[in-house]
Ligand binder design. Structure first.
Ligand code: MF3
Ligand code: CO
Length: 247
């Protein structure tokens, strides 16, 4: 069952979204060669707590950190470590926070210093996947309308749509119904209604869509070692479209 939020819940979802925007504002200038992903995670956690929010990822099925920080061939769920960011890498920073009982979830993929034109194109197309997807969202649309727009955008650009992970509904829980694959057919899937909140999050690979997991059980990498990018926002379905709560 996909939860439909009432006016009061929606106010809280908006507030959670605004707080998450604040967190990203403090993170962005720190993404530079030489910072470790553990240091970046510490700054993120400190900011979340300073806003009176909590970090639901920490402790989720044993996940050890507030944020997921995924470098280059790591698609998602990179665990913060002593690894320093290096010039030319791309890094996806995925943050969830919970404020006043409601969650917001967003991801940005950043360039570390100067990056190749190839990697920049991957970041740009992944962002475009998100926008083309959410452009299909409104009350009365089918979820598959958005999913197919994401898939078309990625595959027309020659990229792979990662299938091992999906977007999701969001609200009181970090993960609610529905599951949002980044591929699908227009006209299929659940009917969208005003007041549903969705975390739409294309995860796009430069090459193959297939992934493998490290021994830690979290770190998810492309099977061919090529880079992947991730772009995510929490959105509210409205009568005429959607409201992006995290940008
Ligand atoms: N944003 C990620 C998601 O949508 C959050 C994962 S939290 C973790 O699933 F604990 F699994 F890392
Ligand atoms: Co998410």
């Amino acid at each position: 069952m996909i939860p439909v939020k009432n006016a009061k819940d929606i106010g809280k979802m908006r507030a959670a979204g605004k707080a998450l925007i604040e967190v990203f504002r403090t993170v962005e200038p720190l993404v530079k060669p030489g910072i470790t992903t553990l240091e970046l995670n510490a700054e993120i956690e400190k900011k979340i707590l300073s806003l009176g929010a909590t970090a639901p990822c920490k402790g989720y099925h044993g996940y050890p950190a507030a944020a997921c920080i995924s470098v280059d061939d790591v698609v998602v769920h990179g665990i913060p470590s002593l690894k320093m960011l290096a010039e030319g890498e791309i890094v996806s920073v995925d943050i969830v926070l919970k404020l006043d009982g409601f969650c917001a979830d967003a991801t940005r993929t950043y360039a570390v210093g100067a990056i190749s034109a190839e990697k920049q194109r991957l970041i740009d197309v992944t962002r475009r996947c998100f926008y083309n997807g959410v452009s299909k969202i409104r009350a009365g649309a089918r979820l598959g309308d958005a999913q197919s727009a994401i898939q078309m955008t990625a595959e027309l650009a020659g990229y792979g749509v990662v299938r091992a992970m999906t977007g999701h509904g969001i609200g009181r829980e970090m993960h609610e119904d529905p599951t949002i694959e980044n591929y699908g057919r227009a006209g299929t899937g659940p009917l969208l209604k005003s007041g549903m909140c969705l975390a739409v999050e294309p995860m796009i690979a430069m090459g193959s869509w297939q992934v493998k997991f490290d021994a830690d059980g979290w770190t998810c990498r492309t099977i061919d070692g090529l880079s992947a990018a991730h772009y995510e926002n929490t959105v509210l379905v409205t009568e005429n479209g959607c409201e992006i709560l995290t940008e």
